[in-house]
Design a protein around this ligand. Sequence first.
Ligand code: GLY
Length: 587
Amino acid sequence: MHKLQYFACPTAMFRAARPVMGLTLCWALIIAAPGQAREAILEGDRFVPVEAKNGMVVTSHYLATDEALKVLEQGGNAVDAAVTTAFALAVTQPRSGNIGGGGFMLISSEQRDEVVAIDYRERAPALASRDMFLATDGSADEALSRYSHKSAGVPGTVAGLALALERYGTISLAQALAPAIRLAEEGFIIPARFSDGINDAADKLRQHESSRKIFFKPDGSSYEPGERFIQKDLAATLKRIAEQGVNGFYQGTTADLIVAEMQRGGGLITHEDLKNYQPALRQPVHGNYRGYDIYSMSPPSSGGAHILQILNILEGFPIASTGHNSALTIHLMAEAMTRAYADRSKYLGDSDFVQVPIKGLTSKTYAEQLRGEIKQEQATASATLLPGNPAPYESNDTTHFSIVDKFGNAVSNTYTINFSYGSHIVVDGAGFLLNNEMDDFSAKPGVANAYGLIGGEANKIEPNKRMLSSMSPTIVKKDGKNFLVTGSPGGSRIITTTLQVLMNVIDHRLNIQAAVSAPRVHHQWLPDEIRIEEGISPDTIRLLEQLGHTVVRKDAMGASQSIMVGGDGRLYGGADPRRSTSSAKGF
Ligand code: GLY
């Protein structure tokens, strides 16, 4: 039980009494903080998670969920299932599932009492240079950084998945690839989300003959829901990996096809870049929130550091009592978020190249200092935090999945080709899309990327460097046991989406399905606005506006495929209803 109380006022217990929205409200001292999120699903809950005992898989595509579940049922562990899922998504969900991109995987083993991170983020080619996306007038050339062959970083997915399996899995790479090869070779029935996505991206996909051949019929018409989608080139590429391991991708025929594609389109990736690509084992960032151990992704992701920073700031407020998605709670969250994103613009980059002050950013003392700046009765104007003028463009992309097995392992994986369909360029003859992750660097320090995120010197382009990410695969442990596995796609909104799933469970004691489904909010410092999903009440919006916030209604944010482990060991899966193909299954 949470011991936090929110009183109607006045004794010496209270650390502050402030007029908020016409009411005088008081913070109770934070007493006996460690909360215990609810473990059982109560009869009558509005959202019911999927429940199982021996294994749980939650992904953004039911076909990938099915393949991973089979692996668990046959005695494989969560890493075996994760690698199988990732390859299956590369076939069934090419808008974000990939072998042409990169990502991060967190693996928690209760047996070894460790949480490790595999960083398989793309790297800049050796020929990349700081000003490569600047036009002759010195402005950042968005078409070049987002939709050209130069927008592609050296892909890391195949090397990362192979490393995960080699160190922590029990099945072979060929076994993990078998379902993906079958799905590519024999095809699968197209759901509406698949054909709708291609139709939305059709203009850009049709610009490249290699992409047109894959995503449209020979007569140029679109595939319809219910039709079968076969990918022979991709099947052959996956077979080369199954037969030759990572060399089947980074050397030989596939490498030749990637380099030929680069040469055709003026891209920078060379044979050397591919041969030299290495994933990295990293220490996840780790912090504590109300008695829960939070592990999340370290640089080159900004996600983990800023989730911890925001949680640390909010820990000093009685969030359980201020209430789920109340105006006051959203105000406090937005104030914490804006400060974290302002810091992101200055301090975050690839820690192999620049010093990132992770300890400072995630320290409780720094959080206390930032918390002291927050006024409960007034929004902070972002311009007074740091200047900037970002573009408003945003897109939903990337994909996250969570898996828990019966051996005490949990995997939280987020991977991406950046935009939906990445650069929109298929490697001719190899059948997979190239990422456009180079846009996640600061093309010009101080100028926003596609998500409106400002980057600084720390994230400037350098040869072989990894571009800054927001991907935040996260695992929460309680008393040494895996408790919550979560993460999300959504560009800049990944951090705040993941944060809200954590808070919904830990502070608001929602079950995992309710935590995933609840309406979300987002503030990223610039633009200076709180973005909200449908479902936040007009009264709440009015109160936020009275505090000085600009509130903007946006499309759904993120897609958090999450798992909660109950105290009795039962597994609860929450698939995100924001994706029609999302699927949670257990056994
Ligand atoms: N490409 C989005 C991210 O990595 O944050």
